[in-house]
Design a protein around this ligand. Structure first.
Ligand SMILES: [Zn+2]
Ligand SMILES: [Zn+2]
Length: 437
């Protein structure tokens, strides 16, 4: 065997600005890939630009940003049950078009992912997906909030977290048990914080706009009282909680305070919650009906402060596909949710990086290293020996959101026609190009 051959790369990603939060590095370099893994990162002897054009194994990343493959820790796929809205495969094609190489799917399918067989089903289907798909399993049977699932079995089958997302775990004693059991396996409980009695029948944020429109409101307190409860229970059990889709100023303040006390709490924010206020509901666009609801300018400012000071750990999409028929009804009757995989990166670049709210490194940390740490995924770093999951971004290109062009089966986006900056040009999973513009 030719010894030199064995160290040759199959693909070289050449000349990009490599941002790797784990090594705090932000340098121009070439990434050598072999057998699906990163072989080495060369930042000194770079491949000359003129060689790149004539070498099929070299990907031109000049003037592009290269990051660890993005991780979405909060995705709803609709398989099993509503394959007309999204399947594991179609969701994965949308993910890679958005630069995501790993997505974590929530258990509120029909039937829900609340047993070992269901977790295995997701992994079996994920074998044919374009990216890595990790199941989050239900915390309670049928996501009914009444009886805990067999967490040991779920962990054995590969569940990466437990959650009843879509619904809160209302019963505090059940939440306590969920935290205690998940602690035994070092898994986080991902908590959808909503006091259903306070939010009861609300369809948008409770405030000035809901009063003007005559729509029933969901008060900020519906989210905040449950976060306060979860903080207390997490402190008490010494377990790990991750708060999904934080949307209010009060929530950010509660989490900041809890972190200061050393409580093991992490949280995420969605791109729609920092990009849109409840003002957009004035058009009665049901695509902007989400749960938790879009809040106010003041809340957005607080979310941005939380992103900047590290209170918020991750940015996650809460991608929630719904059919046109389901959304094409009166505002009151429409389901909650929007598709977010293909607009997330553009919104982050346009609303956070371009407006100097956070830096590139901070944004990429919240999209890669932090979710990988919270979920203990072997991902989120550009390092020799790591799986070659990489995202190549053109930070300068401007584009207009056209939901009909989405790879997702569903088109329920309130961002139609919005001009965004920055787009994915290559998504690489285990050394294979799975998406290119
Ligand atoms: Zn939720
Ligand atoms: Zn969700």
């Amino acid at each position: 065997m030719n010894k030199n051959k064995s160290v040759e790369a199959e693909i070289i990603l050449a000349g990009g600005r490599i941002i790797d939060p784990s090594s705090r590095s932000d340098k121009i370099g070439d990434i050598y890939i072999r057998d699906g893994k990163i072989l080495k990162i060369e930042t000194k002897k770079l491949i000359p630009k003129k060689r790149i054009r004539f070498s099929p194994e070299i990907i031109d990343a000049y003037d592009k940003i290269v990051t660890p493959g993005l991780i979405d820790m909060h995705t709803h796929l609709r398989e099993p049950g509503r394959e007309d809205e999204e399947t594991i495969f179609t969701g994965s094609t949308a993910a890679v078009a958005g630069g995501f190489t790993s997505i974590c799917c929530m258990p509120n399918t029909e039937p829900p992912i609340d047993n070992q067989e269901a977790v295995k089903f997701i992994y079996a289907k994920a074998k044919n997906a374009m990216c890595k798909v990790y199941p989050v399993a239900g915390a309670t049977k049928g996501l009914k909030g009444e009886e805990l699932t067999e967490i040991a079995d779920l962990v054995k089958a590969g569940a990466i977290a437990i959650s009843d997302d879509g619904k809160p775990i209302h019963n505090s004693a059940i939440m306590r048990s969920a935290l205690e059991y998940s602690k035994m396996y070092d898994l986080p409980v991902i908590s959808h914080c909503e006091d259903l009695i306070l939010s009861s029948d609300g369809v948008m944020n409770e405030g000035f706009v809901s009063t003007v429109l005559g729509l029933r409101g969901i008060p900020s307190a519906a989210e905040e009282v449950m976060i306060a409860r979860d903080i207390k229970l997490t402190e008490f059990t010494k377990a790990k909680v991750h708060i999904a889709h934080v949307s209010t100023e009060g929530s950010v303040n509660l989490i900041r305070e809890a972190k200061r006390k050393g409580i093991k709490i992490t949280c995420e924010v969605t791109p729609h919650h920092f990009s849109l206020t409840d003002e957009v509901i004035k058009t009665f666009d049901t695509n902007a009906k989400v749960n938790p609801p879009l809040r106010t300018r003041k809340d957005i400012e607080a979310l941005k402060k939380g992103l900047k000071d590290g209170t918020i750990d991750c940015i996650a999409t809460d991608h929630a596909p719904h059919s046109i028929e389901e959304k094409d009804v009166e505002f009151d009757a429409a389901p909650f949710g929007l598709v977010g995989l293909e607009t997330a990166l553009g919104l982050i670049i346009t609303e956070l990086i371009e407006k100097k709210v956070i830096s590139w490194t901070e944004a990429i940390t919240m999209l890669t290293l932090n979710p990988a740490k919270i979920l203990r995924l072997n991902a989120g770093q550009i390092k020799a020996g790591m799986p070659a999951d990489l995202t190549v971004i053109d930070p300068e290109v401007s584009w207009v959101v056209e939901p009909k062009e989405f790879k997702s089966k569903s088109k329920n986006s309130p961002f139609s026609g919005r001009k965004l900056k920055g787009k994915v040009c290559y998504t690489i999973v285990d050394g294979k190009i799975v998406y290119q513009i």
